[in-house]
Design a protein around this ligand. Structure first.
Ligand code: 13P
Ligand code: 13P
Ligand code: MG
Ligand code: MG
Length: 366
């Protein structure tokens, strides 16, 4: 059976700053999808990561389906009404357009979708990250799909050792989708050369050499849409696991580095990506950037119950490491690598300060 998984995610308001949506807000979105989506969807799952609400849906309507996208958009609109009534911070933050035009792409919400023929048993992982950018998944995907130091399956499983194709988008290009496809193992240095730059080059998807979809990432850059800072582009991802794909534990292991990513406070810093339990709020420095992982099996479009990928004592150790790394970097305040480069500083303030100072520079004669 051919099934489509769609994740559509938005920040439509949260309690106490950019911390976590209210229960009422989550319930509003969930009830709307349950009610209006009952004839469209096979199944759905609504969750929050930091201040973002993600709607995971299964259906048979294919990718980019207007009815599915409208369902999520309308659920977020309905939620925004509640957020406004409750006085939540940033109510409707990610809904950048006033009228729906067939697809949420380019309208603010993050979206990733995959369509595939269901295997007899079909395990997959759903990731949601807050206070960071789509390139935050670059390194974990490289490690999970291309590096035998992380994924022993590349050596031990003949299904995996053929390699995969990485489809990478240049997200700075705004006139259309500028994408390159590269193959492992032959192109791994070229892939690394691009993925080094999380701000510009983002893994959009990974496919097997047979063309099966393995992973998809949302690649939205909100400030490219809005022309100004509107919050970070908190990304979602789906990864199929086991058999011809990396094992669940190999994909999760790729997050154990707590690598530095762009985001955190005011979307302007380098801070480590912390693997957290489902429905975690943000805290220190509006972060640290967090990623949650939820495991499912899907059969004929029906989800099993959700299992939390990072709810295990092992990850307490990684969370401690991430906190240490965050603290080390934050001791550096505004200096050097602690903050993102000028081109990524999303708040107008610093740009204005530098513009104002420009005319006060004097050139001293030699
Ligand atoms: P305000 O400037 O509205 O306080 O927003 C800042 C912000 O959201 C960064 O956390
Ligand atoms: P969000 O993008 O998660 O709303 O965060 C905005 C921000 O600036 C936090 O400091
Ligand atoms: Mg927010
Ligand atoms: Mg957010």
């Amino acid at each position: 059976m051919k099934i489509t998984l769609s994740v559509i995610k938005a920040d439509i308001g949260s309690i106490g700053g950019h911390i976590k949506p209210s229960k009422k807000l989550l319930e509003t979105v969930r009830n709307y999808v349950a009610d209006i989506g009952s004839s469209l969807l096979k199944d759905f799952y609504v969750s929050s990561t930091g201040d973002d609400i993600a709607i995971l849906m299964s259906h048979t309507k294919g990718k980019g389906n207007p009815e599915i996208h409208k369902l999520a958009w309308d659920a977020f609109l309905k939620g925004t009404d509640v957020a406004k009534k409750q006085g939540l911070y940033g109510a409707g933050q990610d809904l950048l357009k006033s009228s729906f035009s067939g697809n949420v792409k380019g309208m603010g919400p993050a979206v990733c979708e995959m369509e595939f023929e269901e295997r007899p048993n079909e395990p997959f992982l759903f990731f949601a990250a807050d206070k960071t950018e789509p390139g935050a998944y670059n390194l974990p995907l490289y490690l999970a799909f291309a590096d035998p130091m992380n994924t022993p399956g590349l050596l031990l499983s003949p299904d995996l050792s053929n390699g995969v194709n990485f489809h990478i988008m240049d997200v700075n290009y705004t006139k259309g989708d500028r994408v390159i496809s590269l193959s492992t193992p032959q192109d791994i240095y070229k892939i690394a050369a691009l993925l080094r730059d999380n701000e510009r080059f983002v893994v959009e998807s990974v496919t097997t050499k047979k063309g099966e979809i393995a992973a998809v990432v949302s690649t939205t850059r909100l400030h490219n849409i809005a022309g100004k800072y509107t919050g970070k582009d908190d990304p979602v991802m789906l990864v199929r696991v086991q058999k011809q794909f990396p094992a669940t534990g190999e994909v999760l292991a790729a997050f154990s580095r707590a690598h530095f990513v762009g985001g955190g406070m005011r979307g302007s810093h380098n801070v480590p990506l912390t693997p957290v339990k489902n429905n975690s709020p943000t805290s220190y420095f509006d972060g640290p950037p967090l990623v949650s992982s939820t495991a499912f099996c899907v059969q004929k479009g029906k989800f099993t119950e959700a299992i939390d990928g990072f709810d295990h004592p092992f990850w307490d150790y990684i969370r401690l490491k991430a906190s240490r790394k965050a603290f080390e970097m934050r001791e550096q305040g505004f200096s050097g690598p602690a903050m993102l480069p000028y081109s990524e500083l999303e708040y107008g303030g610093i740009v204005e300060i530098l513009k104002g100072l420009d005319k006060r520079f004097k050139i001293r004669k030699k």
